[in-house]
Design a protein around this ligand. Structure first.
Ligand code: PLP
Length: 375
């Protein structure tokens, strides 16, 4: 049976070099980074070198990066701390955020008794920036939380434009950049975003590790209590091997970016052209052109009975594909993201989210297309 992995927005395979770096770190960095002896110092040094390297790639300073267990934790921490410590009175976000943000903003706004406003989006999933500008005019102390790349549709937020707008109005800007870190080059010297988050398993690194970036001085209170790790902001013994693995994964993503961008972009165009050959305009590409180069979310003109079997059938044939985010993939309900974008008619068509990596090939796409044709 084929084994074809087209679910790189859910998670990615580790690169062999990343596995090697992790194994080497497990072997040699086993000291507790908080210990003062040589074993501890070696582990601590690996962590700080990783922090420096990641910061350099992103164009920020090392002390603006705090390692976390992943992006869910980082998003929760940032939203809560920003509201509490910066004494904010409103959050502006969007209903198309990943649940790690959507559920956090709802919970935290309710807990602190502040306003929560959702900015509108159009049918292709892009945020209404005029409405955002209007909302910000009243200068209420605000956190704007808008994701850079939507994990279900690949829709791209013009992050520089939003950052400029937010800063001109004296508000703070958090962007969940989980789907863009390691795929697009983000330069934090140019992009005036205050907070971003990342997760290594989305860029061919290990699971259970990520980071929060925050502009100097903006986060001053801990997420956890109990130790001085991560400058006292995130207590708990650091996952040294995972941090080293994340560093290696991000370095390789940057080193190979241009070549992999070209390859993956070509796969995406090829897939769309094949979908057009089979279904013509009946294949609805959600998000239209302005989507990330690695992802196609497509509505297919097939019956509801076949739709309910679609993922199961593809799984049986060895294809790993989702409909929406991994945590919702088993649900029969339409995804909350597509529900915000599509009209009642369009949402009835079953959708697939096909997300590519450098490991995929056109031959794999041909196999998928030929399976779809059998439906
Ligand atoms: N935000 C986005 C956009 C994601 O795609 C994901 C992962 O599915 C997360 C947040 C959560 O990240 P993590 O798996 O590191 O908790």
């Amino acid at each position: 049976m084929n084994k074809i992995y087209f679910d790189n927005a859910a998670t990615t395979a580790l690169r062999p070099e990343v596995i090697e770096a992790i194994v080497e770190s497990l072997r040699s960095d086993f000291g507790n980074p908080s210990s003062t002896h040589a074993y501890g110092r070696a582990a601590k040094s690996s962590i700080e070198l990783a922090r420096k390297s990641i910061a350099q790639l992103l164009g920020c300073s090392a002390n603006e990066i705090i390692f976390t267990s992943g992006a869910t934790e980082a998003n929760n921490w940032i939203i809560r701390s920003a509201v509490r410590d910066l004494k904010l009175k409103r959050i502006i976000s969007s209903k198309m955020e990943h649940h790690a943000v959507l559920y956090s903003v709802k919970e935290i706004a309710a807990e602190y008794g502040i306003d929560l406003v959702f900015v509108e989006n159009d049918k292709s999933g892009h945020i209404n920036l005029d409405q955002l500008a209007d909302l910000l005019k009243d200068k209420t102390p605000t956190l704007v939380s808008l994701m850079h790349i939507n994990n279900e549709t690949g829709c791209i937020l013009p992050i520089d434009e939003v950052a400029k707008l937010v800063k001109e109005n004296g508000a703070y800007f958090h962007s969940d950049t989980v789907q863009s870190v390691g795929k697009l080059k983000i330069d934090l010297q140019q992009t005036a975003v205050d907070f971003i988050t990342a997760s290594a398993h989305k860029f061919h690194g290990p699971k259970g590790i990520g980071f929060a970036f925050f502009r100097k001085g903006l986060l001053t209170n801990p997420i956890f209590f109990g130790g001085e790790q991560e400058k006292g902001l995130r207590a708990g013994t650091e996952s040294v091997h995972n941090i080293v693995g994340m560093q290696k994964a991000l370095e390789l993503a940057y080193e190979r970016h241009d070549e992999e961008f070209a390859h993956i972009s070509e796969l995406k165009s090829y897939f769309i052209s094949k979908l057009r050959d089979v279904y013509g305009d009946q294949a609805r590409i959600h998000g239209h052109e302005n989507t990330l180069y690695n992802l196609v979310n497509v509505g297919l003109p097939i019956s509801q009975e076949k739709a309910s079997m679609l993922l199961f059938m593809l799984d049986m044939k060895g294809f790993a594909i989702s409909r929406g985010s991994a945590c919702q993939s088993g649900s029969p309900k339409p995804s909350h993201v597509l529900a915000e974008m599509l009209d009642e008619e369009t949402i009835k068509f079953p959708n697939l989210r096909v997300s590519f990596s450098h490991d995929n090939t056109k031959a794999e796409i041909d196999l998928l297309i030929s399976e779809l044709q059998k439906l």
